[in-house]
Design a protein around this ligand. Structure first.
Ligand code: NAD
Length: 338
């Protein structure tokens, strides 16, 4: 059985990564579009064989409640709009998959969770790496003890933000829409990975932020962030995020029996794993999977089986809470207990 999905926001990620990957889904099919641009929606509906009656605008979106073909609404809008559209979707009686970061404040995250609970509907946050085979394999190796006792993690996420060249970057440098800079957008991958690799919640964060005050891109949002998470077992995770270094999306786990590199850790494809131990290095040849289809099907299956998804709203809220603590630590110049 396939559940019907609606996409809200037909931007770069929705059109280039999500919509084309429904083809590999076994339990999810695209049935509706929600867009502010009727022409774009009509063209895409034709391309994907969707009925014109299943195209919604932001204004008439709430009437999606009367459309039994739509089971799940996938929110792919700028960060600060996630809360409003998740809540409206829940009130329309729909399950929701919402992009990362869940929202731009802890309060909004809580309101989203409450709205979904009240409606008796599922809310999942789109942490695609938690559905990606290389990351899942790394977690399995760590849990089995292959790397011994984990002592340290490093993870870096950076890319060049180009607000004047790329429309998808224009809102990313506006605080009101993005909520923050590189940390909210991509540093969140390092943060989330440190948590799923350790399987622990941090107890303390420390951070420094630096942005070139003469660079017009960083008038409202931060550029470079260096943050450290301290976990109860003693593991330290030292992470960076940036909007001004050439693309890096990597992570390394250091254990007392070996280390494991994922470089990239969080790309759309072409993942790579290396493991180093006292007796040498290996490069396990894992099969690349479709993380987007796996993620969407996971939610569809959870809905059909009435199970809580692996990355529910509470998971998104935790990261937003840690992100706020990272900002606070950088602002106050001291460690923050979380
Ligand atoms: P984008 O700008 O390409 O898409 C955003 C869409 O929202 C556009 O279609 C735009 O028209 C629409 N929109 C509606 N109101 C808007 C407003 N007031 N201002 C600007 N746009 C408005 O951006 P994107 O890169 O597709 O990112 C969208 C969301 O997806 C973000 O939350 C981002 O964090 C997330 N994302 C996730 C991944 C991932 O790998 N999981 C990758 C990229 C983006």
């Amino acid at each position: 059985k396939k559940l019907g999905w609606a996409i809200v926001g037909l931007g770069k990620f929705a059109t280039e990564e999500i919509m084309p990957n429904f083809k590999d889904c076994q339990h999810s099919r695209l049935v509706a579009l929600v867009s502010g641009s009727p022409d774009k929606a009509k063209k895409l509906a034709q391309e994907y064989g969707l009925q014109e009656k299943n195209i919604y605008s932001y204004q008439n979106f709430d009437s999606i409640k009367d459309n039994p073909e739509v089971d799940v609404v996938y929110i792919i809008l700028p960060n600060s709009m996630h809360a409003e559209y998740t809540i409206r979707a829940a009130q329309a009686g729909k399950h929701v998959l919402c992009e990362k970061p869940m929202a731009t404040s802890v309060e909004d995250c809580q309101k989203m969770i409450d709205a979904s609970k009240k409606a008796g509907k599922q809310l999942m946050i789109a942490y695609r790496c938690q559905y990606e085979p290389f990351n899942l394999n790394a977690i399995e190796r760590i849990r089995k003890g292959e790397l011994g006792k984990i002592r340290f993690i490093t993870s870096d996420h950076g890319r060049l933000v180009k607000p004047t060249e790329d429309k998808a970057d224009t809102w990313r440098v506006q605080k009101k829409l993005a909520g923050g800079g590189s940390l909210m957008d991509i540093g969140i991958y390092s943060l989330n990975a440190a948590r799923y690799f350790t399987g622990e919640e941090p107890v303390e964060v420390t951070a420094q932020i630096s942005s070139d005050p003469n660079d017009p891109r960083f008038k409202e949002v931060e550029d470079n962030v260096a943050f450290t998470l301290r976990f109860p077992s003693g593991v330290l995770a030292s992470c960076t995020s940036s909007y001004s270094y050439e693309t890096v999306k990597r992570g390394r786990i250091f254990g007392d029996k070996g280390w494991l590199d994922l470089d990239p850790l969080s790309d759309y494809d072409k993942h790579n794993m290396k493991i180093g131990k006292q007796d040498g290095k290996e490069e396990p040849q894992l099969k690349e999977g479709n993380q987007f289809a796996a993620e969407m099907d996971h939610l569809s299956e959870c809905i059909m089986q009435n199970k809580t998804p692996r990355t529910p709203g509470e998971e998104g809220l935790r990261d937003v809470r840690y992100i706020m603590a990272i900002y606070e630590s950088a602002r106050k110049g001291k460690a923050i207990k979380v």
